[in-house]
Design a protein around this ligand. Structure first.
Ligand SMILES: [Zn+2]
Length: 269
């Protein structure tokens, strides 16, 4: 048996740490070594589990997750609804979204940036505490703004732009983000599939150009419905559309091994 510690890994830096990191039968990683690999986003491939077809402690039932591709959209604060559409105006529901209580509104506004304009951008309701504009990188090039990738609600230090509605304009000082990909899951499903709020997942697509999405954040709430949210750039690049399914194949730096055909994931195949 070989015990692989954090210092074993550090001593490998010069030659390069294998990615994924292969653990042979009988070898053991210390918890610090596991953390070390996870922090560097190096997945661990346990050959023992692959060979015996045993289920890893991290796995569980194979989870298929429906995809929701989000086009550019805006969440408005109540005062900005008034500024854009008039005092006392309330948004009109056009259709429900996958997450209970959320809806696409009939109302649209224009986004005005230093380099360009994008018209007819959908507003999502209900109104929120702070206005947030979610665009793709491609939209950013068109507008001439370069927002960071952030989780919804995290808008400190992000760029602003100008919103133009039928009744007025709003100049935002901040609030434009490229949404970080994430899944929504209820607390009951999260427990069933051994997932926690803040977990980081690997999701695999199927089809002609399969890819693995890394760094997919888990967001747990009793009202959430299982859904994998990506933006238009990510959806187009992966050939995914709303309603397609992706498969959970690992989390927090570790690929699950379930043994059997089609369950060995290699990054070079
Ligand atoms: Zn979402």
């Amino acid at each position: 048996m070989v015990l692989i510690t954090e210092s074993t890994l550090r001593s490998m830096i010069k030659k390069g740490i294998p990615n994924p990191f292969i653990v042979r039968e009988g070898d053991k990683l210390t918890p610090a070594a596991v953390d070390y690999l996870r922090d560097r986003r190096i997945p661990i491939q346990d050959m023992c589990l692959v060979k015996t077809g045993k289920t890893s402690a991290f796995s569980g039932e194979s989870l298929q997750i429906p995809v929701g591709v989000s086009n550019r959209h805006i969440h408005l604060a109540a005062e900005d609804v008034s500024a854009l559409f008039g005092e006392g105006y309330s948004l009109t529901q056009l259709r429900e979204l996958s997450q209970p209580g959320q809806f696409a509104a009939k109302e649209q506004v224009s986004l005005v940036g230093p380099k360009g304009i994008i018209q007819h951008v959908r507003i999502l309701g209900p109104a929120r505490e702070e206005t947030q504009v979610e665009i793709s990188n491609t939209d950013g090039y068109q507008l001439g703004i370069y927002p960071p990738v952030r989780l919804s609600g995290s808008i400190e230090g992000t760029p602003g732009l100008t919103l133009v509605g039928p009744n007025g304009c709003v100049s935002l000082q901040k609030g434009v983000i490229v949404a970080k990909r994430h899944i929504h899951i209820s607390d009951i499903d999260a427990q069933k599939y051994d997932l926690k709020h803040g977990d980081c997942l690997y999701l695999q697509t199927e089809g002609e150009r399969p890819i693995i999405f890394t760094d997919v954040m888990v967001r747990v709430h009793p009202n959430y419905r299982l859904d994998f949210h990506i933006d238009m750039d990510e959806g187009n690049a992966a050939g995914l559309k709303t309603g397609d399914m992706v498969k959970l194949i690992g989390k927090n730096g570790v690929f699950f091994n379930r043994g059997g055909e089609g369950n060995r994931y290699s990054l070079d195949g």
